[in-house]
Write a protein that binds this ligand. Structure first.
Ligand code: PHE
Length: 345
């Protein structure tokens, strides 16, 4: 075996052995075995150098230098790797006083937060929570709520109809309010009823600071013996006090909805102008719900004894409540998904 071949063999052995060295002591043993000045294999091999002729001596010398330099570099690299690894595996002491890295934490959307607060307030007053479909039948959304076809009361809701026909008519729609759930619930239950029904509603209308084409409502329905206008107002006053604090003014005003009699719109004084009137509220009040005493005819349609049972219902706009609670000046901000806005809640 020529000297050049032997050097190649040594290099190969050295590189293989280096991979097996796993700590500082093993690295030192390796260094002594291969690169050691007195007993190292490289040094030993070169002992034969003086027996070669000049030309050969030059090539072998250059090759042995290259090998020595590269093996030294490989040793340093291996040393760094081992340090890195032992550090990570906890062999080195860990500084437990370093501050932790915060994980990005999500949170509930402001409308979901407000919705939860509303539901909790009613839950504490003895109401159950139920849900109904967002795609609704004309029958529940209008017909059974005393809004027959071709009746002008339909104009109160700008409806998004589903592209689905039956008998030449389009009986399916995106619900315009959560009131169809009054019917769905009364169909399935007997009084006493105390229930709130949250859900999204859709209207084909232009948006402005207090209107969106999609909104969240909470329908409320209470049917029992002896429910009068006093219970109706008392419950909603109590609700407003819980959500807005006792200093907020609440206004009940007569309004018309075909499924209640009498009907009311319930407003709170505007957070922005303190009731003086402004761009957001117009006249100083922000309507947060339509409401009223359940129409006698509906109770009778449901097979209830309308002389014995009475009730009230309301449909509250969750975005309107959130607007007032958090002093947000434009309802459309809630659905623009701008994190600079959403992070403030
Ligand atoms: N559903 C009505 C609306 O969306 C509100 C309402 C609910 C009115 C219940 C009276 C009773 O405008």
């Amino acid at each position: 075996m020529s000297l050049i071949e032997e050097l190649a063999r040594i290099e190969k052995d050295a590189r293989g052995a280096l991979l097996g060295a796993a700590d500082e002591a093993a690295l030192e043993d390796w260094r002594v075995a291969f690169l050691g000045r007195r007993r190292g294999r490289l040094t030993d091999a070169l002992a034969a150098l003086p027996t070669l002729d000049i030309a050969e001596r030059r090539t072998v010398g250059a090759e042995s230098n290259r090998i020595k330099n590269e093996l030294e570099a490989a040793l340093e690299q291996r040393r760094a790797e081992i340090r890195e690894r032992t550090h990570k595996s906890g062999d080195q002491p860990i500084d437990v006083t370093l501050p932790g890295r915060p994980l990005p934490a999500g949170r509930l959307h402001p409308i979901t937060q407000t919705l939860n607060e509303i539901l909790e307030a009613f839950r504490q007053m003895g109401f159950q929570v139920a849900e109904g479909p967002e795609i609704e039948w004309d029958y529940y959304n209008f017909e059974m709520l005393r809004i027959p076809k071709y009746h002008p009361a339909r104009d109160m809701w700008d409806t998004l109809w589903m592209d689905y026909e039956r008998d030449g008519e389009r009986p399916m729609l995106l619900r315009t309010h959560t009131s169809p759930n009054q019917i769905r619930i009364m169909e399935q239950t007997e009084p006493p009823i105390r229930v709130v029904v949250p859900g999204r509603c859709y209207r084909y209308e232009a948006t402005d600071a207090t209107h969106e084409w999609m909104m969240t409502q909470v329908e409320g329905l209470a049917v029992d013996e002896g429910i009068s206008l006093a219970e109706f107002k008392g419950t909603l006053y109590e609700f407003a006090r819980r959500l807005f604090g006792k200093d907020r003014k609440v206004r009940f005003r007569c309004d018309y909805f075909p499924f209640v009699e009498p009907g009311a719109d319930v407003s709170v004084d505007c957070f922005l102008c303190d009731g003086k009137g402004c761009r957001v509220c117009g006249d100083g009040w922000i309507e947060i719900m339509g409401a009223g005493m359940v129409h006698r005819e509906i109770l009778e349609n449901m097979g209830y004894d309308a002389d014995r049972y009475t009730g009230f219902a309301f449909g509250m706009g969750v975005e309107r409540v959130a607007l007032n609670r958090h002093n947000v000046e434009d309802i459309r901000l809630f659905y623009q998904n701008d994190l600079r806005f959403l992070r403030q809640f």
